[in-house]
Design a protein. Structure first.
Length: 210
């Protein structure tokens, strides 16, 4: 077992964890626990997010809703839903994720099973400290089309192309925004109130789309 801690995240890493044990832990700990799991080929990372981690996540969620509303796009928020497929021996709980292009395919659904359902179209992953598992590898194996990854300083957009993530300047789901655009507002969140920030972001979106 390996345990690390920073002001942003607390991580515990367990090795030689079977898929059956991983699923049993998911069931036993339930959906209301404060930690998030990431599983890759027998390695289980348990991450407990703290304030420095959670606050950007909330702002990203606000921006996604504002973008969808201003662009007239329907979305389905899936939060930190456990994404897993036994055949890949990989599973993860993103900071938040969304169905956008595939929103209609899961509309009205109360449960999600990636063995039969499409994966989310967009996942957001915040890693202020280094993870012990290859999260890009996990997301690619699960087929998540787009990934936004933030390390506390920089935001990068990735698109899944032939099972590999390729860094992109602009979002796939929201082509009017670049990583630098969103990153600029995330930086402003460190000195602005959230309501003022969201109003400023909406104004920028409206000006951008004309």
């Amino acid at each position: 077992m390996v345990a690390t801690s920073t002001p942003a995240e607390q991580r515990t890493v367990l090795h030689n964890v079977s898929w059956e044990t991983f699923e049993a832990l998911l069931k036993d700990t339930g959906e209301e626990r404060g930690s998030r799991f990431a599983y890759e080929d027998g390695t289980l990372e348990i991450m407990t997010p703290l304030f420095e981690h959670e606050n950007p996540k909330c702002n990203f969620a606000n921006f996604i809703i504002a973008l969808a509303e201003e662009l007239g796009i329907e979305i389905k928020s899936a939060g930190s839903t456990t994404l897993k497929r036994k055949i890949t021996k990989k599973g993860i709980e993103p900071d938040t994720c969304y169905y956008i292009q595939n929103e209609s395919a899961i509309r009205g659904r109360e449960t999600l099973d990636l063995e039969t359902d499409p994966p989310p179209d967009l996942a957001i992953e915040i890693d202020i400290t280094s993870s012990s598992v290859n999260k890009l590898g996990i997301y690619s194996a699960l087929g998540v089309t787009e990934l936004w990854r933030y390390n506390g300083r920089d935001l990068k957009f990735y698109q899944l192309v032939e099972r590999q993530y390729v860094e992109r300047e602009f979002s796939v789901a929201f082509p009017i925004v670049s990583g630098s655009d969103i990153n600029r507002f995330i930086e402003q969140s460190k000195t602005m109130g959230e309501i003022a920030l969201l109003k400023s972001f909406r104004t920028w979106v409206r000006e951008t789309i004309g």
